[in-house]
Design a protein around this ligand. Structure first.
Ligand code: KG4
Ligand code: ZN
Length: 344
């Protein structure tokens, strides 16, 4: 990205998110130093489509992005009450994600930018999640960020927007991936995360003592594959009707304990007094409550994205793009998509 000398003050931005199985378009208005207004945030979820396959089928995902994108752009413009010509810049997620899905959104956004002679901004999906808790705020304060989604479990030190340092990440499965795989083992529909949360409400979190891998090790990395395997072995030994609620609650408690303990350690190590949670798993009410409780005990503020902006959405991409646009940055139109794009 290159920075131009002029610093913009007000901007209308349209962004597309199509990195996985949600096609999303958002329009935001931002003014330097003021809270960003989300004028429209449209999402066409493909969950029902992929559910019958038990997971995301890349070709189905990209086909459906291209089928729905145009309608979503038109609806976003209508809901926002703006004309396409009024948009100051166009953005899209350019990684990480499924290559064939990323290509649909980024090509469409580049096309619109090109046709109207406006800048294009390629945005890292993880930066979108990372900044989402601060969408309605006037600035991004220093904090420790925990991104917990289907593809990522990442701990970062955030000095300000654009200034990130990796503290730790998962060595195997992402937290959301573990939820989805365990959900499948328990016979719950895809995606497992919300289903396990629902089942866990009526279960005993102490019914099974599942492992909290690496939680006492001093580094800030995570591992969830041992936990997943422990659930599998337990299931194999169960005879008769599966105690789904107890298994869900015990598994969820193990995930929560690992995430809370490692993230609080990260705050202690860096000296940050704020933790921000983002990504699909941060929608989980038991996880939010556990962080609030631990934060209160440790005197650390907890910021979470509003529920509409936890799972994949385009408003978070528009917000990340807006901050860069207002700082005078833009991306090349001949830039590629990057399925494995790291954040730092
Ligand atoms: O952020 P996201 O929409 O997509 C990625 O970037 O991966 O996250 C999706 C993940 C899935 O693994 C899903 O099971 C999980 O977030 N998830 C949840 C909940 N809602 C979604 N996990 C636990 N509890 C939930 N309520
Ligand atoms: Zn995501």
């Amino acid at each position: 990205m290159k920075a131009s000398a002029k610093n913009l003050r007000v901007a209308l931005l349209l962004a597309i998110e199509s990195s996985c199985d949600e096609t999303a378009v958002a329009i935001v208005r931002g003014t330097t130093g003021q809270a960003t207004e989300v004028l429209a945030s449209e999402i066409s979820s493909q969950i029902a489509l992929h559910r019958e396959h038990g997971g995301v089928v890349p070709e189905l995902a990209s086909r459906n992005h291209s089928l729905h994108l145009r309608g979503l752009v038109e609806k976003a413009l209508q809901d926002a009450g703006v004309r396409m010509e009024e948009i100051d810049a166009f953005a899209a997620t350019t990684g990480p994600g499924l290559a064939s899905s990323l290509l649909i959104g980024s090509t469409a956004a580049k096309g619109m930018a090109c046709a109207l002679g406006r800048p294009f901004l390629g945005i890292n999906h993880l930066e979108g999640h990372l900044l989402s808790p601060f969408l309605a705020q006037t600035s991004v304060p220093p904090h420790v960020a925990l991104i917990v989604s289907g593809g990522h479990t990442l701990l970062l030190d955030v000095e300000a927007a654009g200034k990130y340092q990796k503290l730790g990440g998962t060595r195997d499965d992402a937290a959301g991936e573990a939820y989805d795989k365990v959900g499948k083992m328990l016979g719950l529909p895809y995606p497992g995360g919300p289903e396990i949360e629902k089942s866990a409400v009526g279960g005993n979190p102490k019914a099974y003592d599942f492992p909290r891998s690496m939680v006492h090790e001093p580094h800030l990395d995570f591992s969830f594959s041992g936990l997943k395997t422990a659930v599998l072995y337990t299931l194999q030994k169960e005879t008769g009707t599966l105690p789904v609620a107890d298994l869900a609650a015990s598994f969820q408690q193990a995930v929560i304990d690992i995430l809370v303990q490692k993230t609080l350690r990260a705050a202690k190590t860096t000296g940050r007094r704020r933790i921000a949670l983002s990504g699909g798993v941060s929608l989980n009410r038991a996880l939010r409550a556990a962080f609030q409780q631990a934060g209160e005990r440790a005197g650390i503020e907890i910021s979470v994205a509003s529920p509409a902006f936890c799972t994949d959405n385009a408003a978070m991409i528009a917000f990340a793009a807006l901050l860069r646009h207002l700082a005078g940055e833009s991306s090349r139109l001949d830039g590629d998509i990057h399925p494995n794009l790291p954040l730092v």
